[in-house]
Design a protein around this ligand. Structure first.
Ligand SMILES: [Mn+2]
Length: 286
């Protein structure tokens, strides 16, 4: 269905990155539409430059393979998590780093289970406005509101950009996880917080990036926008540091809910995807 990602032709041949689209949003609280996220991200990604002007590298020689989108399972979030787990395993089998494009944040649960089994002990970088630490939500333990809670059952969790959570969740955040609040990041005068994040992570990392971690002024196209968010700069610098200092074994980008006529949100995501690829697999120019 999709033939190019970040302008690169999809090929099974020894990929660096294997893209797994998951057009699924049955558990989103309101403003559903994350099911349209993968297509919007992939489409926008084919209009970015292959040259990363800050790193001075090109991704032209990087190899990508795009898998068929995961078919949504209607009615069972648990069954859907299992299906995503299986497909993430298949993505990892190609030899490329699985890059899951959601979809709402529940898609992370299955993907993380597959990667945690393959790379123990795995730690998780959770970039999000929301703590997602509920044990269950609307009767499901596999809801987007429970993602980080499920991650704590798989490995160490470091949360970045958090600014919305329940009282119950507030008792767990910072003890069951390491948390970097959006407010502290916004008030910091330098990037010292980024090395604190990388210090808190283990050597093998899975990144889950909920785009609502970004401020709604930057990222209006998401189901549950929260004011007081991170800047594009914050996210770009964090992703760069983690891609360069850690073994990132897998990643996902979730909760982009495209708004008709508004193009910049998916281009913002595409630039962050370019940076992920450039930081890990870029070739220096000159
Ligand atoms: Mn969120």
């Amino acid at each position: 269905m999709f033939t190019r990602f970040l302008t690169l032709e999809s090929s099974r041949e020894d990929p660096h990155v294997t893209v797994l689209p998951v057009p699924y949003d049955s558990t989103a609280s309101w403003g559903a539409g994350a099911r349209f996220g993968p297509e919007a991200m992939i489409h926008a990604s084919n209009y970015v430059e292959t040259y990363d002007e800050e790193l001075g590298v090109t991704i032209q020689d990087a190899r990508v393979f795009i898998m068929e989108p995961v078919e949504p399972h209607i009615g069972s979030t648990e069954e859907m998590a299992r299906r995503i787990e299986t497909m993430t395993d298949a993505a990892a089998e190609t030899g490329g780093m699985p890059l899951i494009l959601g979809g709402d944040h529940s898609v992370t649960i299955g993907a993380a289970r597959a990667m945690a089994r393959r790379h123990p002990p795995l730690s998780f970088l959770h970039i999000d406005a929301h703590a997602d630490m509920r044990n269950s939500y609307e009767g499901s333990r596999f809801s987007h509101a429970c993602t980080a809670r499920r991650l704590t059952e798989l490995g160490r969790v470091v949360q970045v950009g958090i600014r919305s959570l329940s009282e119950e969740e507030s008792l767990l955040v910072g003890s069951a996880t390491t948390v970097f609040w959006a407010r502290d990041i916004n008030e910091s005068r330098d990037n010292a917080w980024i090395s604190q994040v990388t210090d808190a992570l283990g050597p093998d990392v899975y990144i889950t990036f909920d785009v609502d971690a970004l401020d709604p002024a930057v990222m209006p196209a998401t189901g549950t926008p929260e004011p007081g968010g991170l800047t594009y700069r914050h996210v770009l610098d964090l992703i760069t540091a983690v891609m360069q200092k850690k073994r990132v074994v897998g990643a996902d980008v979730v909760e982009l809910s495209p708004v008709p006529g508004l193009n910049h949100p998916q281009f913002t995501v595409a630039r962050i995807l370019l940076r992920m690829m450039a930081a890990a697999f870029g070739r220096p120019v000159r």
